[in-house]
Structure formats: C-alpha cells, structure tokens
Design a protein around this ligand. Structure first.
Ligand SMILES: O=C(O)CCC(=O)C(=O)O
Length: 246
C-alpha cells in the first residue's frame, strides 16, 4: 500500500472545501480499483442483487471501499476528527435513468451535532452528458432549506417513506420524509461537475446538490456514495444508526 502521507489533502484543498462546500479529488481510486469494484458489483448493476443503505456492514468489499485509507485521510482533515460511516449507496444511473432532485442531505439524515459529510465516487467518467453530479458552490452555510416534492417527473424520481427516529435518551418517534427538491430552486447557480472514473467529490450535509436524467443513450453513470459523521455525533434515523469506524 502506498504511503498514506502522500494522500494527505493540501491546505489549499481543505480551504477550498470550507469555502465552496465541496471538493473534487481526482484519482481517489486507481483505474484498477474502479474496475475491480465495478466487476464485483455487476449483479447489483444488473438489478439481481439488492444492497440497501447499510451493505457495508455485511459486505467486506463495500466496507473496504467505504473505509479506503485515502477517504479516511481526506475525511479526517475535512471534518476535524475521526470519521464513522453510516450509509453506503450504489447510484447506478443507466442511460435514460432519472436523477435525484437538488437537495441537502441533512434533510434526509439529521445528526447532532451537524457533522454529516458525503464522499461520492465516480465509477464511470461522469459529466453533464450522462447525468453527472451537480453542486451549488457556497450553498453549505445553511440553514436547511424547505423541500418540495421533485417538480419534474421526467428528470427526477419521487418517493415517500416513514422513518423511525431515536434520540440519545432512547425515545423513538416516526418521521415521514419524501424525495426532496429545494423549494423555489433557481437552477442558474448549479454547476455540473465533470468527474472521471475514480475521482471523488466530498461535500457537506448542507451543500445543495443532486443530478438530472442521464440523457445519453449508451453511457451509464455509476457512482458509489458513502455518508459519514464525525465520531461522537448522534444519528437520529434508526435504520442507519450503526456507525462503522474507518
Ligand atoms: O448521484 C446522484 O445522482 C446524486 C447523489 C446524492 O444525492 C448523494 O450522494 O447524496
């Protein structure tokens, strides 16, 4: 394994993250790592295997990828403490597939204190042509905005689910959530990132982001998205309350 010190983010990268609310890190995974992970997940891409939100707790390959030393080094620098993984998702947007409307992750995942972060890893070359990740620079300073249901059914998927929440004292309650789109959203501030396979985007729980339909007829847009909190943070949703240290 390469020297982890060589994977440390530069002070400029850390400053950029705090200024913009996101940071693109090219080549977080090598070509070989991307290809091996894609091959490992062929059944997931084909819809033959379901993975849920906590597959990293039962699947060693997912756990190893979510806890990659390079991710650990970046998260530790960006969140200012040890990262804990709470959720992993394969976001395989095939040609013509719908996107995830523009939202803030802290709407879906409430934590205390608010330390939620995402690491989104491109498993294909991604850009505006195949529904690449969109972000809104400097949108992360909060507050959490009001969310509508997604407004354009041709672009974005819609769902509603009721989640169980539990606080530190053990009290539980039900919270209905729905697929979210920032209310009254002005799309002119969105930037669609071009992230080649293996590159990653780190962003905060309040950074406005999402994606649109994959308008290409032959280019899949597969991404592995992992969510983390800083050690000691409380996650309210009981389905993702178990924390995996990196
Ligand atoms: O990959 C996408 O389409 C959106 C990703 C996203 O919303 C997330 O990782 O939180």
């Amino acid at each position: 394994m390469a020297d982890p010190d060589a994977w440390r983010l530069s002070p400029e990268q850390v400053t950029q993250y705090h200024r913009d609310g996101y940071l693109v890190v090219p080549d977080l995974l090598s070509r070989e790592e991307v290809e091996a992970f894609r091959r490992y997940n062929e059944e997931v891409f084909a819809g033959l295997k379901k993975t849920g939100l906590t597959n990293h707790l039962v699947d060693e390959t997912w756990a190893r990828t979510a806890a990659h030393p390079r991710i650990k080094a970046a998260l530790t620098a960006l969140m200012g403490g040890p990262p804990m993984c709470i959720q992993t998702m394969m976001l395989a947007k095939m040609p013509e597939g719908k996107g995830i409307a523009i939202h803030q992750d802290s709407y879906y995942i409430e934590t205390e204190p608010e330390t939620l972060m995402a690491c989104w890893i491109a498993l294909d070359d991604t850009d505006a042509g195949n529904g690449g990740l969109c972000v809104v620079p400097d949108s992360h300073r909060g507050p959490l905005l009001q969310m509508d249901m997604p407004q354009d059914a041709t672009q974005h998927a819609s769902w509603t689910t009721t989640y169980e929440y539990r606080d530190r004292s053990g009290k539980t309650w039900a919270v209905p959530l729905h697929s979210a789109e920032v209310k009254g959203w002005d799309s002119s501030r969105e930037v669609t990132l071009a992230v080649p396979a293996g590159g990653a985007v780190f962003f905060t729980g309040c950074t406005i982001h999402g994606s649109h339909r994959n308008a290409s007829s032959e280019r899949p847009r597969r991404a592995f998205a992992c969510h983390y909190v800083r050690e000691g943070s409380w996650v309210y949703r009981t389905d993702i309350q178990q924390q995996m240290p990196l």
